[in-house]
Ligand binder design. Structure first.
Ligand SMILES: [Zn+2]
Length: 245
């Protein structure tokens, strides 16, 4: 589903539009002219639905060259092994999450607590996935005619990045689980969630003056996204907490 110039929504679960399996985060496909980039991989449950969404938009799966992961939680990254194995995509992930993804480390990725909380079913599996490129703050990814800047955005979890793409003067941010429409955030009772890291992340994202926001859950925003990010930033500046999704 085309949602903006050169951007498609290709998957989304019950926190979004139900375009794919209920457990999936929002997934985006970016047209970099000579090739395509996918942002996040979904839960790995029925990933063929995502393939169908891409192909029905007229895109050849062989042209999807890169899979950029914002972090390695199950709803964003458990599908990565499927896309790498089936289509040879290069998997890009935050440095700290590389070993967690390659070892399918259920403790570091909080899969156990999420199962106990009923977020994932008991039979949910996280297949390990080889990482081709581990990225850190300010790394630049040149893919086709697009340049993606990596921004480390811990808070929701460690090993979390966002991808900034300035396209023809429009500041576009793929924010994963760092900041959402309405200035919401995603605090969870897991080992690597940090309020203070979160406040610094939101301050950093606020300074980018983002036009278009494509988050991992909920609605995406096509203009004045900075106003939403500002709402979260102002809450942290008052030493309070923004609303949680
Ligand atoms: Zn997450």
């Amino acid at each position: 589903m085309r949602i903006a110039d050169r951007i498609m929504l290709i998957g989304s679960g019950e926190t979004g539009t139900m375009l794919s399996h209920a457990l999936d985060c929002n997934m985006y496909l970016i047209d970099c002219h000579t090739e395509f980039v996918m942002i996040d991989a979904g839960s790995g449950v029925e990933p063929e639905r995502i393939v169908r969404n891409i192909e029905s938009a007229g895109v050849d799966m062989k042209k999807v060259s890169h899979l950029l992961l914002t972090h390695a939680h199950g709803d964003h990254a458990a599908g990565a092994a499927f896309f790498r194995d089936a289509f040879g995509m290069r998997v890009v992930c935050p440095q700290e999450a590389k070993a967690w993804l390659e070892n399918a480390d259920e403790d570091k990725l909080s899969i156990g607590p999420a199962k106990r909380a009923g977020i994932y079913p008991e039979h949910f599996r996280f297949p390990p996935c080889t990482v081709d490129d581990a990225v850190g703050d300010n790394d630049k990814l040149n893919i086709g005619d697009a340049v993606f800047q990596v921004i480390e955005t811990p808070g929701h979890s460690r090993g979390h990045v966002s991808y900034l793409w300035i396209d023809g003067g429009t500041v576009r941010l793929f924010s994963g689980d760092s900041v959402f429409s309405g200035g919401k955030i995603s605090l969870q009772n897991i080992w690597d969630c940090s309020i203070q890291a979160y406040a610094q992340t939101v301050a950093k994202l606020h300074a980018l003056r983002v036009d278009q926001l494509f988050p991992g859950h909920g609605p995406f925003l096509l203009r004045e996204s900075w106003k939403h990010i500002e709402k979260a930033h102002m809450a942290f500046e008052r030493l309070a907490l923004p609303a949680n999704i």
